[in-house]
Ligand binder design. Structure first.
Ligand code: ADP
Ligand code: MG
Ligand code: ZN
Length: 417
């Protein structure tokens, strides 16, 4: 019998217990699985490890991960084992017997991922053992260490430049959080003679303006937002199917071209509306989250949420559909307390296990925190994804700082008396 190959998403969910990929992960994983050498540049905390751990569970032969520090290796191996994934490592803080046992797990196929330090990998004996193993993939983590341009250059890493000639049948992937253009080119040159693809995935989308408005009257607020968008394509997200219909109708009455889109429509109607949105300028798609997956329209000028999305990840993904062409695009979210209650109910009633629900609550709470912040929203958003930035000047709180001064003055007055 032929067994269907698991997809990366299957592995992510069933093996790692995560629901969705983070921004960038899927592209990188697809590239790695296609056999292209990939240098991935992503901020710290973005989830680079998963981009090779998931492929390691799909590729036919072992994945060898070069990592600079014993502590990093141990940490990753422990994390994998906690998820029930066999993982091995070789390093000098382990006994010889332990190293032999770990190596045997790899050669007999029990373990599909092996962590090793560069100096150990590049010994003659290890390299000939590797030849016999014929790994599917070599991964160089913290790849900036290979570049003499970078401040973190490690002489042990320099030797890794021989690897791609020694293993012409294996694929290569390199990961780093810190590499400017020159360093990236250098890393790609050193590790795979520039044959590969450099995928840079920062989280910032500086052309998207970010606004959160407390709900007062949703239809009126939506109208106010749309006043400056005449002739532009955009998306208005609603929580309920019914609202997509009612908002679309009232927008049409107000002279816009608005089309509803939700999973309750016939597929013919949905396709027709999607076609028009893609082909005609100036159409407003009034949609539930059923709309958007895989939509690649570059000139979407706005994404407005009339209700709270389910999580920070969902929000980021949904607003991310705007401004793919790099030109300014506007996002706004109407934030109502009624939605918080509703979202919490959804989670409580979704029938999933407690751990899953706790994670969902956390992701929702992060979004609520984002809505309530008085600081720069972009900082809050990027921070959630592990990236830091200066205040952006393109969010409501930067452009119109909330009146903290008064509150502080009032507080001071209380303590002064
Ligand atoms: P990096 O190497 O990019 O700094 P890590 O690979 O160490 O980041 O991952 C940072 C954290 O993000 C880890 O705790 C990891 O489990 C978590 N993580 C990675 N991908 C996902 C995902 N798709 N969903 C949820 N959490 C994730
Ligand atoms: Mg890392
Ligand atoms: Zn800002």
């Amino acid at each position: 019998t032929t067994q269907a190959m698991p997809t990366p998403l299957d592995i992510l969910q069933s093996t790692f217990g995560f629901d969705d990929f983070r921004p960038g992960q899927e592209d990188i994983i697809q590239g790695v699985l296609k056999g292209e050498p990939v240098l991935a540049v992503m901020p710290t905390g973005a989830g680079k490890s998963l981009c090779y751990q998931v492929p390691s569970q799909i590729l036919p032969r072992p994945t060898i991960v070069v990592s600079p520090l014993v502590a990093l290796m141990d940490n990753q191996v422990a994390g994998l084992r906690a998820n029930g994934i066999a993982a091995s490592c070789l390093h000098s803080s382990q006994s010889r017997e332990e190293n032999i046992a770990q190596w045997r797990d790899v050669t007999n196929g029990r373990s599909k991922i092996l962590y090793v330090s560069p100096e150990r990998l590049m010994t003659g004996r290890m390299l000939s053992a590797m030849k016999a193993l014929n790994p599917s993939l070599f991964v160089v983590d913290e790849a900036h260490c290979v570049s003499k341009w970078g401040p973190a250059f490690r002489p042990e890493y320099a030797d890794l430049t021989r690897l791609h000639n020694l293993f012409p049948e294996s694929n290569f992937a390199a990961f780093t959080a810190t590499a400017d253009d020159a360093t990236r080119e250098d890393i790609a040159q050193q590790l795979f003679s520039r044959r590969g693809k450099i995928i840079v995935h920062g989280f910032d989308r500086p052309n998207l303006s970010l606004t959160v408005l407390p709900v007062d009257n949703r239809p009126r607020q939506l109208n106010n937002l749309l006043i400056n968008q005449k002739g532009n394509s955009g998306i208005v997200y609603c929580l309920s199917r019914k609202n997509t219909e009612t908002y679309a109708k009232s927008l049409n009455d107000a002279g816009y071209t608005a089309l509803p889109y939700h999973a309750g429509m016939t597929s013919e109607d949905r396709f027709e509306n999607l076609d028009r949105f893609m082909a005609e300028p100036g159409i407003i798609m009034v949609a539930t989250i059923a709309f958007g997956m895989g939509i690649d329209k570059p000139d979407i000028r706005f994404v407005y949420h009339t209700n709270l999305p389910s999580s920070m990840e969902a929000y980021y993904q949904e607003i991310g559909r705007a401004g793919r062409d790099g030109l300014p695009a506007e996002t706004a979210l109407l934030f109502g307390l009624d939605d918080i209650r509703l979202r919490r109910q959804f989670i409580t009633n979704d029938g999933s296990d407690r751990d899953h629900q706790m994670r969902e609550f956390k992701r929702l709470d992060a979004l609520i925190g984002y809505c309530e912040t008085s600081g720069c929203r972009r900082q809050a958003l990027l921070n959630y994804f592990g990236e830091t930035t200066a205040p952006c000047g393109n969010c409501d709180n930067c452009l119109n700082p909330p009146e903290q001064v008064e509150a502080t003055a009032a507080a001071r007055a209380i303590f002064a008396s």
